[in-house]
Design a protein around this ligand. Structure first.
Ligand code: SAH
Length: 266
Protein backbone atom coordinates (compact mmCIF):
# COMPACT_ATOMS: atom_id res chain seq x y z
CA UNK A 1 0.00 0.00 0.00
CA UNK A 2 2.66 2.53 1.07
CA UNK A 3 4.36 2.53 -2.34
CA UNK A 4 1.14 3.86 -3.92
CA UNK A 5 0.93 6.90 -1.62
CA UNK A 6 2.35 10.25 -2.72
CA UNK A 7 3.12 13.07 -0.34
CA UNK A 8 2.59 16.36 -2.18
CA UNK A 9 3.93 19.60 -0.68
CA UNK A 10 2.68 22.82 -2.27
CA UNK A 11 4.90 25.94 -2.40
CA UNK A 12 6.97 25.00 0.65
CA UNK A 13 8.97 27.96 1.93
CA UNK A 14 11.48 26.40 4.35
CA UNK A 15 13.94 23.82 3.11
CA UNK A 16 14.24 22.39 6.64
CA UNK A 17 10.55 21.47 6.48
CA UNK A 18 11.07 19.55 3.24
CA UNK A 19 13.91 17.61 4.92
CA UNK A 20 11.88 16.96 8.07
CA UNK A 21 8.92 15.78 5.94
CA UNK A 22 11.27 13.35 4.13
CA UNK A 23 12.45 11.97 7.47
CA UNK A 24 8.87 11.58 8.72
CA UNK A 25 8.01 9.71 5.51
CA UNK A 26 10.97 7.34 5.64
CA UNK A 27 10.28 6.49 9.29
CA UNK A 28 6.84 5.29 8.21
CA UNK A 29 7.89 3.61 4.95
CA UNK A 30 6.36 6.17 2.56
CA UNK A 31 8.80 7.10 -0.20
CA UNK A 32 7.21 9.23 -2.95
CA UNK A 33 7.66 12.95 -2.39
CA UNK A 34 6.40 15.52 -4.89
CA UNK A 35 7.16 19.24 -4.55
CA UNK A 36 4.79 21.63 -6.31
CA UNK A 37 6.59 24.83 -7.31
CA UNK A 38 8.68 24.96 -4.11
CA UNK A 39 9.93 28.32 -2.86
CA UNK A 40 12.76 26.60 -0.95
CA UNK A 41 15.58 24.66 -2.53
CA UNK A 42 16.88 21.34 -1.28
CA UNK A 43 19.93 22.73 0.51
CA UNK A 44 22.15 21.73 3.43
CA UNK A 45 19.41 22.50 5.93
CA UNK A 46 17.03 20.13 4.16
CA UNK A 47 19.65 17.38 4.16
CA UNK A 48 20.45 17.88 7.86
CA UNK A 49 16.76 17.78 8.79
CA UNK A 50 16.21 14.69 6.61
CA UNK A 51 18.76 13.03 8.88
CA UNK A 52 19.47 9.89 6.86
CA UNK A 53 16.38 10.11 4.63
CA UNK A 54 18.18 12.00 1.88
CA UNK A 55 17.37 9.33 -0.73
CA UNK A 56 13.77 10.57 -0.50
CA UNK A 57 15.04 14.06 -1.31
CA UNK A 58 17.20 12.66 -4.14
CA UNK A 59 14.27 10.87 -5.73
CA UNK A 60 11.66 13.57 -5.11
CA UNK A 61 9.95 15.07 -8.14
CA UNK A 62 9.39 18.79 -8.67
CA UNK A 63 6.41 19.88 -10.77
CA UNK A 64 4.87 23.23 -11.67
CA UNK A 65 1.26 22.65 -10.63
CA UNK A 66 -0.91 20.64 -8.26
CA UNK A 67 -2.78 19.21 -11.27
CA UNK A 68 0.48 17.80 -12.58
CA UNK A 69 1.41 16.35 -9.18
CA UNK A 70 -1.81 14.40 -8.75
CA UNK A 71 -2.76 13.74 -12.41
CA UNK A 72 -2.42 9.94 -12.08
CA UNK A 73 -4.16 9.61 -8.70
CA UNK A 74 -7.63 8.13 -8.22
CA UNK A 75 -7.94 9.56 -4.72
CA UNK A 76 -6.69 13.02 -3.74
CA UNK A 77 -6.95 14.08 -0.11
CA UNK A 78 -6.19 17.65 0.91
CA UNK A 79 -5.07 18.56 4.41
CA UNK A 80 -6.53 21.50 6.24
CA UNK A 81 -5.78 23.06 9.61
CA UNK A 82 -9.11 24.94 9.70
CA UNK A 83 -12.70 24.93 8.39
CA UNK A 84 -13.46 26.55 5.05
CA UNK A 85 -16.36 28.48 3.54
CA UNK A 86 -17.95 25.65 1.53
CA UNK A 87 -17.87 22.44 3.57
CA UNK A 88 -16.22 19.49 1.83
CA UNK A 89 -16.28 15.81 2.83
CA UNK A 90 -14.00 15.76 5.87
CA UNK A 91 -12.30 12.76 7.43
CA UNK A 92 -10.11 12.04 10.39
CA UNK A 93 -6.56 10.79 9.81
CA UNK A 94 -7.73 7.23 10.55
CA UNK A 95 -10.65 7.41 8.13
CA UNK A 96 -8.27 8.92 5.59
CA UNK A 97 -5.94 5.92 5.93
CA UNK A 98 -8.92 3.56 5.52
CA UNK A 99 -9.96 5.36 2.34
CA UNK A 100 -6.39 5.20 1.07
CA UNK A 101 -6.13 1.49 1.82
CA UNK A 102 -9.38 0.78 -0.01
CA UNK A 103 -8.32 2.89 -2.99
CA UNK A 104 -4.96 1.14 -3.25
CA UNK A 105 -6.60 -2.30 -2.90
CA UNK A 106 -8.65 -1.28 -5.95
CA UNK A 107 -5.51 -0.40 -7.93
CA UNK A 108 -5.56 3.37 -7.51
CA UNK A 109 -2.80 5.77 -6.53
CA UNK A 110 -3.39 8.15 -3.66
CA UNK A 111 -2.11 11.68 -3.02
CA UNK A 112 -2.00 13.47 0.32
CA UNK A 113 -1.64 17.19 -0.31
CA UNK A 114 -0.06 19.61 2.18
CA UNK A 115 -0.21 23.40 1.98
CA UNK A 116 2.01 26.40 2.49
CA UNK A 117 3.48 27.08 5.92
CA UNK A 118 1.94 30.57 5.92
CA UNK A 119 -1.60 29.98 4.67
CA UNK A 120 -2.18 26.33 3.87
CA UNK A 121 -3.90 25.31 0.62
CA UNK A 122 -6.00 27.77 -1.38
CA UNK A 123 -9.72 27.10 -1.79
CA UNK A 124 -9.12 26.34 -5.46
CA UNK A 125 -6.56 23.68 -4.51
CA UNK A 126 -8.83 22.22 -1.84
CA UNK A 127 -11.65 22.01 -4.38
CA UNK A 128 -9.51 19.73 -6.53
CA UNK A 129 -9.59 17.09 -3.76
CA UNK A 130 -12.05 14.25 -3.23
CA UNK A 131 -12.01 14.84 0.51
CA UNK A 132 -10.18 16.77 3.21
CA UNK A 133 -8.47 15.51 6.31
CA UNK A 134 -8.10 17.46 9.51
CA UNK A 135 -5.82 16.34 12.33
CA UNK A 136 -7.92 16.97 15.43
CA UNK A 137 -5.66 19.44 17.20
CA UNK A 138 -6.39 21.95 19.97
CA UNK A 139 -8.97 24.29 18.37
CA UNK A 140 -7.23 27.28 19.98
CA UNK A 141 -3.91 26.30 18.39
CA UNK A 142 -4.81 24.06 15.47
CA UNK A 143 -1.98 24.52 13.01
CA UNK A 144 0.79 21.91 13.10
CA UNK A 145 4.20 22.34 11.57
CA UNK A 146 3.91 20.84 8.07
CA UNK A 147 6.43 18.05 8.74
CA UNK A 148 4.56 17.15 11.94
CA UNK A 149 1.34 16.93 9.89
CA UNK A 150 3.14 14.69 7.35
CA UNK A 151 4.30 12.54 10.29
CA UNK A 152 0.79 12.04 11.68
CA UNK A 153 -0.73 11.09 8.34
CA UNK A 154 2.14 8.81 7.32
CA UNK A 155 1.84 7.08 10.70
CA UNK A 156 -1.85 6.40 10.03
CA UNK A 157 -0.96 5.09 6.55
CA UNK A 158 1.56 2.76 8.16
CA UNK A 159 -0.93 1.48 10.73
CA UNK A 160 -3.44 0.82 7.96
CA UNK A 161 -0.82 -0.95 5.86
CA UNK A 162 0.17 -3.20 8.78
CA UNK A 163 -3.46 -4.26 9.14
CA UNK A 164 -3.56 -5.04 5.44
CA UNK A 165 -2.73 -8.73 5.80
CA UNK A 166 -5.47 -9.44 8.31
CA UNK A 167 -8.28 -7.37 6.80
CA UNK A 168 -10.02 -8.36 3.58
CA UNK A 169 -9.80 -5.31 1.36
CA UNK A 170 -12.97 -4.24 -0.34
CA UNK A 171 -14.10 -0.88 -1.54
CA UNK A 172 -16.88 1.24 -0.05
CA UNK A 173 -19.59 -0.96 -1.52
CA UNK A 174 -18.31 -4.23 -0.10
CA UNK A 175 -17.29 -5.84 -3.38
CA UNK A 176 -14.32 -5.67 -5.68
CA UNK A 177 -15.22 -2.88 -8.13
CA UNK A 178 -15.21 -3.46 -11.90
CA UNK A 179 -13.50 -0.21 -12.97
CA UNK A 180 -10.69 1.89 -11.50
CA UNK A 181 -11.48 5.31 -10.07
CA UNK A 182 -11.16 8.05 -12.66
CA UNK A 183 -7.79 9.72 -12.30
CA UNK A 184 -7.52 13.37 -11.30
CA UNK A 185 -6.47 14.28 -14.84
CA UNK A 186 -9.63 12.69 -16.34
CA UNK A 187 -11.77 14.42 -13.72
CA UNK A 188 -10.28 17.84 -14.58
CA UNK A 189 -11.04 17.26 -18.28
CA UNK A 190 -14.56 16.16 -17.33
CA UNK A 191 -15.06 19.35 -15.27
CA UNK A 192 -13.87 21.49 -18.22
CA UNK A 193 -16.31 19.65 -20.51
CA UNK A 194 -19.15 20.01 -17.97
CA UNK A 195 -18.50 23.74 -17.62
CA UNK A 196 -18.41 24.29 -21.38
CA UNK A 197 -21.64 22.31 -21.84
CA UNK A 198 -23.39 24.38 -19.18
CA UNK A 199 -22.23 27.54 -20.95
CA UNK A 200 -23.43 26.15 -24.31
CA UNK A 201 -26.95 25.54 -22.95
CA UNK A 202 -26.99 28.97 -21.21
CA UNK A 203 -27.20 27.42 -17.76
CA UNK A 204 -23.91 28.92 -16.64
CA UNK A 205 -23.02 32.53 -17.30
CA UNK A 206 -19.19 32.62 -17.35
CA UNK A 207 -19.34 36.27 -16.17
CA UNK A 208 -21.31 35.39 -13.04
CA UNK A 209 -20.43 31.76 -12.31
CA UNK A 210 -21.16 32.04 -8.55
CA UNK A 211 -20.46 28.72 -6.78
CA UNK A 212 -22.05 26.46 -9.41
CA UNK A 213 -18.86 24.71 -10.57
CA UNK A 214 -17.51 24.43 -7.02
CA UNK A 215 -20.68 22.69 -5.88
CA UNK A 216 -20.76 20.42 -8.93
CA UNK A 217 -17.11 19.56 -8.29
CA UNK A 218 -17.95 18.66 -4.74
CA UNK A 219 -20.86 16.49 -5.83
CA UNK A 220 -18.86 14.50 -8.38
CA UNK A 221 -15.72 14.24 -6.24
CA UNK A 222 -17.76 12.98 -3.32
CA UNK A 223 -19.15 10.23 -5.55
CA UNK A 224 -15.65 9.19 -6.66
CA UNK A 225 -16.60 8.32 -10.24
CA UNK A 226 -14.96 5.37 -11.95
CA UNK A 227 -13.47 5.50 -15.46
CA UNK A 228 -16.61 4.04 -17.12
CA UNK A 229 -18.88 6.52 -15.36
CA UNK A 230 -16.72 9.45 -16.51
CA UNK A 231 -16.75 8.26 -20.08
CA UNK A 232 -20.58 7.90 -19.98
CA UNK A 233 -20.87 11.42 -18.55
CA UNK A 234 -18.59 12.77 -21.30
CA UNK A 235 -20.77 10.99 -23.92
CA UNK A 236 -23.92 12.53 -22.43
CA UNK A 237 -22.32 16.01 -22.41
CA UNK A 238 -21.23 15.64 -26.02
CA UNK A 239 -24.83 14.69 -26.99
CA UNK A 240 -26.19 17.71 -25.07
CA UNK A 241 -23.73 19.98 -26.88
CA UNK A 242 -24.74 18.58 -30.29
CA UNK A 243 -28.43 19.20 -29.57
CA UNK A 244 -27.61 22.71 -28.30
CA UNK A 245 -25.76 23.49 -31.55
CA UNK A 246 -28.70 22.22 -33.66
CA UNK A 247 -31.18 24.25 -31.56
CA UNK A 248 -29.01 27.40 -31.88
CA UNK A 249 -28.59 26.96 -35.64
CA UNK A 250 -32.32 26.53 -36.17
CA UNK A 251 -33.11 29.56 -33.97
CA UNK A 252 -30.69 31.68 -36.07
CA UNK A 253 -32.22 30.37 -39.30
CA UNK A 254 -35.74 31.16 -38.08
CA UNK A 255 -34.65 34.70 -37.17
CA UNK A 256 -33.06 35.23 -40.61
CA UNK A 257 -36.14 33.84 -42.40
CA UNK A 258 -38.44 36.17 -40.44
CA UNK A 259 -36.25 39.18 -41.31
CA UNK A 260 -36.19 38.21 -45.00
CA UNK A 261 -40.01 37.82 -44.99
CA UNK A 262 -40.39 41.26 -43.42
CA UNK A 263 -38.04 42.82 -45.98
CA UNK A 264 -40.01 41.18 -48.85
CA UNK A 265 -43.32 42.45 -47.46
CA UNK A 266 -41.84 45.92 -46.81
N1 SAH B 1 -1.74 28.84 8.69
C1 SAH B 1 -2.18 27.84 7.81
C2 SAH B 1 -1.72 26.48 8.27
C3 SAH B 1 -0.53 26.09 7.56
S1 SAH B 1 0.22 24.74 8.33
C4 SAH B 1 -3.68 27.81 7.70
O1 SAH B 1 -4.33 28.45 8.49
O2 SAH B 1 -4.22 27.12 6.84
C5 SAH B 1 0.96 24.00 6.93
C6 SAH B 1 0.30 22.74 6.47
O3 SAH B 1 0.39 21.73 7.48
C7 SAH B 1 -1.17 22.83 6.16
O4 SAH B 1 -1.43 23.34 4.88
C8 SAH B 1 -1.56 21.37 6.24
O5 SAH B 1 -1.10 20.71 5.08
C9 SAH B 1 -0.74 20.87 7.41
N2 SAH B 1 -1.48 20.98 8.69
C10 SAH B 1 -1.18 21.76 9.73
N3 SAH B 1 -2.06 21.56 10.73
C11 SAH B 1 -2.94 20.63 10.30
C12 SAH B 1 -4.08 19.99 10.88
N4 SAH B 1 -4.50 20.26 12.10
N5 SAH B 1 -4.73 19.07 10.13
C13 SAH B 1 -4.32 18.76 8.88
N6 SAH B 1 -3.24 19.32 8.30
C14 SAH B 1 -2.56 20.24 8.99
Amino acid sequence: MLDQIKIVLVNTTHSGNIGAAARAMKNMGVTQLVLVDPIAEIDGDAIVRASGASEILDSCITVASLDEAVADCGLVIGTSARGRHIPWPLCSPRECADKAKTAVANHNRVALVFGRESRGLTNEELHKCNAHVHIPTNPDFSSLNIAAAVQVLCYEMRLASLEEETVTSSNTWGVEWDYELAKHDDMERFFDHLKQSLVDIDFLDPNTPKQLMTRLRRMFQRTALDTMEVSMMRGILAAVQRKATIANDSAIKQQTDTQTDKQKKG
